[in-house]
Design a protein around this ligand. Structure first.
Ligand code: KG4
Ligand code: ZN
Length: 356
């Protein structure tokens, strides 16, 4: 099967062509520069930028894959969760194309797609499920922090999520307090490499809590109060590096401890991680160390597929379409607040089988 997928849930405009588990092309237009002036994503601007970029990105994806639209067997797009106006652009474009080409169309859950990106490997990047095993999956980005138990393909249960800020949001907001440009996560990681992670003892919220939920706003507040009480700290370049290293260490400690504890409690022997924050080298290293200690298998999404992309949407869609055989559904719509739930009574579009 050859499938064209779009991803426009937030601030990346993505288009990808996948064929039988292989990523033939994966094109992303980032809007980071556009939103940087505002210190965060502006939904209306994101939607307009998707409108401008999607035709270009889609064309490039088909050209790189050497597959014209008429040869697609199916179309897919992120259906939710995400920014409503942003989701609409990619979802309606793929749906309309499917309608025009008389091909199947499927709307994909963004977080569910993240769950399987750690199973992509090789060159060309290919989804490999032969050695799939039940796992606890950490999905960490600017918009979400989730711990999910994945029992088998399409069977998963959310164990915990963030009660306030997502892990990436914590990187971005504490970085902003330090005067770093948006998104600050990669900048903090870069500066942290030359800093002392033990220089400042920031809180590790909920690290010992029995529940699998996260909370990062207390850590952000602690950085804010430190800088309020000692405004000159951020003037010293080495102290900024130490602050970055200490903030990163606090976030990584919480993410790793809670992921490993959830895996132990669930009795699985495998941990996976994806999402933009999973690019963080300290997080990847500490997950590796912890998994080695526990003799767990660790699967990390490839660096270039951690952040939002259409390839992960396409790969999941390709595996779902044969099972669901969905005809183009003109009335189906986006689901901005779609929860990651799994119920045998619902098909992948969240529509009751009996009703669809
Ligand atoms: O998955 P993503 O591209 O978009 C969504 O938020 O859905 O993730 C972006 C987030 C931002 O918060 C960014 O600061 C963070 O991932 N990020 C990082 C790193 N690279 C990206 N955070 C820490 N270290 C990094 N190396
Ligand atoms: Zn995401």
């Amino acid at each position: 099967m050859t499938l064209l997928a779009f991803e426009t849930s937030c601030d990346e405009t993505g288009a990808a062509v996948v064929r039988n588990g292989v990523i033939l092309s994966n094109v992303i237009a980032s809007q980071i520069a556009l939103h940087a002036d505002y210190g965060g994503v502006v939904p209306e601007l994101a939607a307009r930028e998707h409108l401008r970029n999607l035709p270009i990105v889609a064309h490039a994806a088909m050209e790189q894959a050497h597959v014209p639209a008429a040869q697609m067997d199916a179309l897919a797009a992120t259906r939710g969760p995400g920014l409503p106006t942003a989701l609409l652009v990619g979802f309606k474009a793929a749906q309309s194309l499917a309608f025009a080409l008389r091909k199947p169309f499927i709307g994909i859950h963004h977080h569910e797609a993240h769950l399987y990106s750690p199973w992509i490997r090789g060159n060309p990047p290919t989804a490999v499920f032969e050695d799939f095993q039940p796992n606890v999956s950490l999905v960490v980005s600017g918009g979400h922090t989730l711990l999910v138990r994945v029992d088998s393909e399409f069977r998963h249960r959310v164990l915990g999520s963030t009660l306030d800020d997502a892990a990436g949001e914590c990187f971005d907001k504490t970085g902003k307090l330090l005067g770093l440009p948006y998104p600050a996560g990669p900048q903090i990681a870069r500066l942290a490499a030359q800093g002392n992670p033990n220089a400042f003892d920031f809180p590790r919220p909920l690290i010992h809590d029995a529940a699998d939920d996260f909370s990062f706003s207390g850590l952000k507040t602690s950085v804010r109060y430190l800088l309020r009480d000692h405004p000159r700290l951020a003037e010293d370049r080495q102290i900024i590096r130490d602050l970055c290293a200490s903030i990163q260490a606090a976030i990584v400690d919480v993410l790793v401890a809670k992921t490993i504890r959830a895996a132990k409690r669930c009795g699985v022997r495998c941990v996976t991680a994806s999402g933009g924050v999973a690019c963080n080298r300290a997080l990847r290293r500490e997950l590796e160390r912890a998994c080695d200690r526990e003799a767990f298998v660790l699967r990390l999404a490839p660096n270039d597929l951690c952040a939002d992309n259409a390839a992960m949407i396409g790969l999941l869609a390709e595996r779902k379409i044969p099972a669901e055989a969905i005809p183009p559904p003109p009335a189906r719509d986006i689901a901005p607040g779609w929860e990651l739930t799994q119920s045998p009574a619902l098909n992948s579009n969240g529509i009751n089988r009996a009703a669809s």
